[in-house]
Design a protein around this ligand. Structure first.
Ligand code: IPM
Ligand code: MG
Length: 348
């Protein structure tokens, strides 16, 4: 089990430290962790957000644990040198096209949701976000209009193979859950979405046991706060998935809780919290490491099939939240280290 540890920027290193402590506590015999630079930290050290050595390590590793990237001091760099390009570059170079972002309301946190407790209580959903295409990876640039005005552009597109492969992932996930899939698009306006919808419908013929619905993204954003309990699996494109998953996180209490797995055809997966580097609180010790730790849980499960160990950590996280051991994002006063300590204590 060779794991690349990419802590990155902002709160990345402090939350990663806790995840690593917890992995060590499992006493797994063939665990090997290798650290590498990524994001703004890599740019400041070696002049590139995704250095060749980091990419090479990731290509050789069995799994990647990723903290966060984003550093305001890099905001004025050319786009290809900005920290965010590291995660986009990894997703693309490793063909990690399927991003699984589960959101479930824990009973202990029912008053933390931005929604009414009875509405939030029903949340148990999985967002399957496409991660290798869409407006994120289309041609982009700055140009001048004929009138001499500055114009920015980003091309949105999906080809049918890209839609088909993510649709299969989503239908299979729905089969393992409640058998309901909602495909989110903007087919009333976008051709990209019309193709998305057509292809998802074609693929659905192979999954007669899954109930498929379609929803426009604006309506989906509204339904996610009106009655989130209606969703089981949601499949959507890269941009819509980015937005809806942040929204889903506040519905279950905090963005500090949501983990994700990015998977491709190969065996190597990348696991990261859905939140960013939170530069405003970095270095203060007040970050919530739960999303990072739960990302390690997803790794144990998806990459290594270590269900028992995954469950042990997951239950320890739920138990400390039950005991009201909370970081500032959930209105608590425990720091990152104390939360790590408490989880470790529950694991023995
Ligand atoms: C996420 C993040 C990234 C994204 C950023 C850091 C590029 O917001 O993983 O959700 O937009 O995909
Ligand atoms: Mg995001």
């Amino acid at each position: 089990m060779h794991i690349a540890i990419l802590a990155g920027d902002g709160i990345g290193p402090e939350i990663m430290e806790q995840a690593v402590r917890i992995l060590h506590a499992l006493n797994l015999t063939d665990l090997k962790l290798s650290d590498a630079l990524v994001g703004g930290a890599a740019y400041h050290a070696v002049g590139h957000p995704l250095p060749d050595e980091t990419l090479k390590l990731c290509q050789e590793a069995d799994a990647i644990l990723f903290g966060a990237v984003g550093d305001p001091s890099c905001d004025s760099l050319e786009r290809h040198l900005r920290p965010e390009q590291a995660i986009l570059g990894l997703r693309s170079a490793l063909g990690l096209f399927a991003n699984l972002r589960p959101a479930k309301m824990l009973t202990a946190l029912s008053d933390m949701s931005a929604l009414k407790p009875e509405v939030a209580a029903e949340i148990d959903l999985l967002i399957v976000r496409e991660l290798n295409g869409d407006v994120y990876f289309g041609e982009k640039g700055m140009r001048k209009t004929d009138e001499g005005l500055r114009e920015g552009y980003d091309i949105m597109s999906y080809d049918e193979d890209e839609v088909r492969r993510i649709a299969h992932v989503a239908f299979k996930a729905a089969q393992r859950r409640k058998g309901k899939l909602c495909s989110v698009d903007k087919a009333n306006v976008l051709e990209t979405s019309q193709l998305w919808r057509d292809v998802v419908i074609e693929v659905s013929a192979q999954y007669p046991d899954v109930t498929l619905d379609h929803m426009y993204v604006d309506n989906a954003a509204m339904q996610l706060v009106r009655s989130p309990g209606q969703f089981d699996v949601v499949v959507t494109g890269n941009l819509f998935g980015d937005i809806l998953s942040d929204q889903a996180s506040m519905c279950v209490g905090s963005i500090g809780l949501l983990a994700s797995a990015s998977l491709g055809e190969g065996t190597c997966g990348l696991y990261e919290p859905i939140h960013g580097s939170a530069p405003d609180i970095a270095g203060k010790g007040s970050a919530n490491p739960c999303a990072m730790i739960l990302s390690a849980v997803m790794m144990l499960r998806h990459s290594f099939g270590l269900e028992l160990q995954a469950l042990k950590i997951e239950q320890a996280v739920a138990a400390i939240l039950d005991d009201n051991i909370l970081a500032a994002d959930l209105g608590g006063h425990h720091d990152c280290q104390q939360i790590g300590d408490a989880i470790l204590a529950k694991m023995v």
